[in-house]
Design a protein around this ligand. Structure first.
Ligand SMILES: Cc1cc2nc3c(=O)[nH]c(=O)nc-3n(C[C@H](O)[C@H](O)[C@H](O)COP(=O)(O)OP(=O)(O)OC[C@H]3O[C@@H](n4cnc5c(N)ncnc54)[C@H](O)[C@@H]3O)c2cc1C
Length: 424
């Protein structure tokens, strides 16, 4: 199936709508929540929950075209290609154009639901994901990272042991840097009961083959939020450290098989999550960079500098060349996102393209936001404008969901045909 370069109508429609959300709901609150770290943007959360509910609910999740027409003859568009991931990428880019940190406060399943989607059975998806359509906004998070086990997440030490008497898993360990961990696990009157997906080993001697993910319901005894990180950027997004001491979860909360075989299918579950989410993280950085670039162009225009597109390069001023080069970088990063999400929509293995899109976006968004601050000079450095904040926010694109270096390794392995053990 060929890639089409015309943006599908549902995507342009959603971009149009979310531009208003970005301009009206997010931007005016950006600075406040940057300066009041860990304060929860309740009005935004409630507004977004109601808005998403009105359009079917469930948060930003890729949807398949409905296979059958309804009895009244509506729908039935299985002949149409799925654009689920492409649509979600466009939604994310539109929201992060508003504010990357506030985008992380969007109710819904986030990475937790992505893990259930990637590694859970149809029954588990039904059981754990239905809550995101409930009346109250609800969150989920994913906890892989531990101290000493981030880039090399196969080194996790969190342990899950089956108590055969009660048929429960008993989990012990420490997780750090969990995005949305607090909103997903703690009890807040205004929120529904969320969950965290905790990666643990069921057999330390089996290495990656022993890794499994467990759904741990909000409020489970033995699980505690021990710290909220103070961060350089995306300060409104809670980033939690979580301890698990003899936390018990029902047997059926394991995502994937409870039997350890000599395969790395457990670990591949985690990787499948990343194949789905890395292009979306790439999209999230691109929204920030676009915000910075558009702001720069606005400021230049106010000072009488218009970009003279179409002139030979040698006739352009240095600033014009820099702006055009940034636009090229941004567009090429976005094309990489479209390719990776298009592959996901068409059920093509996209590990290579997912990592490529993440590397490209991490680089481009960091460079563009920094360049914008540089060209704006003191105005860029001042807190009067959001440019300096966008520069701080954007850097995270190059860190979470696999750092730039790690995603480059994934790309190199795929291109050169090396295994993880051969190239690390
Ligand atoms: C704000 C924020 C939110 C996060 N959210 C989540 C979340 O929701 N869930 C979750 O599980 N984790 C989350 N993380 C953790 C994040 O994914 C890790 O921090 C990241 O994967 C890096 O792992 P690390 O911290 O152990 O760094 P390290 O692995 O110690 O890396 C340190 C440096 O060494 C480099 N490096 C490491 N190994 C290699 C290598 N083989 N070759 C070349 N360079 C290498 C890295 O690229 C990096 O520059 C979050 C982190 C942050 C900062």
């Amino acid at each position: 199936m060929p890639i089409e370069f015309e943006t599908p109508k549902p995507i342009t429609q959603t971009q149009f709508m979310l531009k208003t959300v970005a301009d009206e709901m997010m931007r005016p609150r950006s600075r406040y929540f940057d300066e009041h770290e860990h304060e929860i943007p309740w009005d935004y959360i409630e507004f977004m929950h109601l808005a998403m509910k009105a359009s079917g609910g469930g948060g930003l999740v890729p949807r398949e075209p409905s296979p059958q027409p309804s009895p009244e003859g509506r729908g039935g568009n299985s002949a149409r290609p799925s654009i689920g991931y492409q649509l979600v990428a466009a939604q994310i880019e539109s929201l992060t154009y508003g504010d990357l940190g506030m985008y992380h406060c969007l109710p819904g399943g986030g990475l937790g639901a992505a893990a259930v989607n990637a590694a859970g059975t149809p029954e588990q998806k039904e059981k754990f994901l239905a809550r995101f359509k409930d009346d109250k906004p609800t969150f989920a998070a994913m906890c892989i990272t531990e101290s000493g086990a981030g880039s090399d997440n196969s080194a996790i030490r969190t342990r899950a042991v089956l108590d055969e008497k009660t048929n429960e898993w008993v989990i012990n360990g420490e997780k750090i840097f969990v995005t949305g961990g607090d909103k997903s696990f703690s009890e807040y009157e205004k929120l529904g009961k969320g969950f965290i997906v905790v990666w643990a080993t069921i057999d330390p001697s089996a290495g990656r083959a022993g890794m499994r993910a467990f759904v741990v319901e909000g409020g489970t005894p033995g699980v505690k939020i021990v710290k909220l990180e103070h961060k350089m950027g995306i300060r409104v997004s809670d980033t939690a450290a979580i301890s698990l001491v003899d936390a018990r979860v029902p047997f059926e909360n394991i995502l994937g098989s409870a039997t350890v075989e000599k395969t790395t299918s457990g670990f591949r579950g985690a990787m499948a999550t990343f194949d789905a989410t890395r292009p979306l993280v790439a999209a999230s950085g691109i929204g920030v960079a676009r915000a910075a670039l558009e702001f720069l162009k606005e400021k230049l225009a106010e000072n009488g500098i218009q970009i003279r597109y179409g002139l030979p390069r040698q006739k352009l001023s240095n600033i014009e060349r820099e702006v055009i080069d940034m636009e090229i970088m941004l567009k090429s990063a976005w094309l990489m996102v479209i390719k990776a999400t298009w592959m996901a929509d068409n059920k093509k293995p996209n590990a290579l393209e997912a990592s490529m899109s993440k590397v490209k976006s991490g680089d481009v968004t960091t460079k563009i936001t920094q360049k914008v601050v540089e060209i704006l000079g003191p105005l860029g450095y001042s807190r009067e404008f959001l440019a300096e904040k966008w520069m701080r926010d954007a850097k995270i694109t190059d860190i979470y969901e696999g750092t730039g270096q790690i995603n480059r390794l994934v790309v190199a392995r795929q291109v050169l045909g090396y295994s993880g053990a051969e190239l690390r």
